[in-house]
Design a protein. Structure first.
Ligand code: FES
Length: 129
């Protein structure tokens, strides 16, 4: 009975409208590898990723602002060697993890497309676009 009540509480808190579960919260270590996933966005299913940075989860379409290439050189490797910036493996554009804003390289001021993230009940969700 207590388990059922807990499940009801969690389902009530979980995002309902257009939300997509990405992973368990524990799957994203702070400053660690990202999680790749696909999301419906403007009528297409497109690659995306989530990372934890500074304790918060951020998610972006996995599409560089320079050329529409995926960023990670190895699956889940989105941060540079210092763990300071998101980096595109193709030509080295760097982006702020907390905003997706261009911080250098060939992105030339264009940022990543961010997704709305909710973390609740030990799970990470993004909003479909
Ligand atoms: S494709 Fe990402 S920097 Fe060129």
């Amino acid at each position: 009975m207590a388990g059922k009540k807990r499940l009801t509480e969690l389902s009530e808190r979980a995002p309902k409208v257009r939300a997509q579960r990405v992973c368990a919260s524990g799957d994203l270590a702070d400053g660690g590898d990202g999680i790749r996933f696909e999301v419906d966005h403007n009528g297409e299913t497109v690659p995306a990723f989530a990372i934890r940075y500074g304790g918060r989860v951020y998610a972006y379409l996995n599409r560089c602002a320079h050329i529409a290439m995926e960023l990670d050189w190895n699956p889940g490797k989105f941060l540079d060697a210092e763990g300071e910036y998101l980096i595109c493996s193709t030509h080295g554009a760097v982006y702020a993890p907390e905003s997706g804003a261009c911080r250098g390289g060939p992105c030339r001021g264009a940022g990543l497309s961010g997704l709305t993230v909710t973390e609740v009940g030990g799970n990470v969700y993004v909003e479909r676009g």
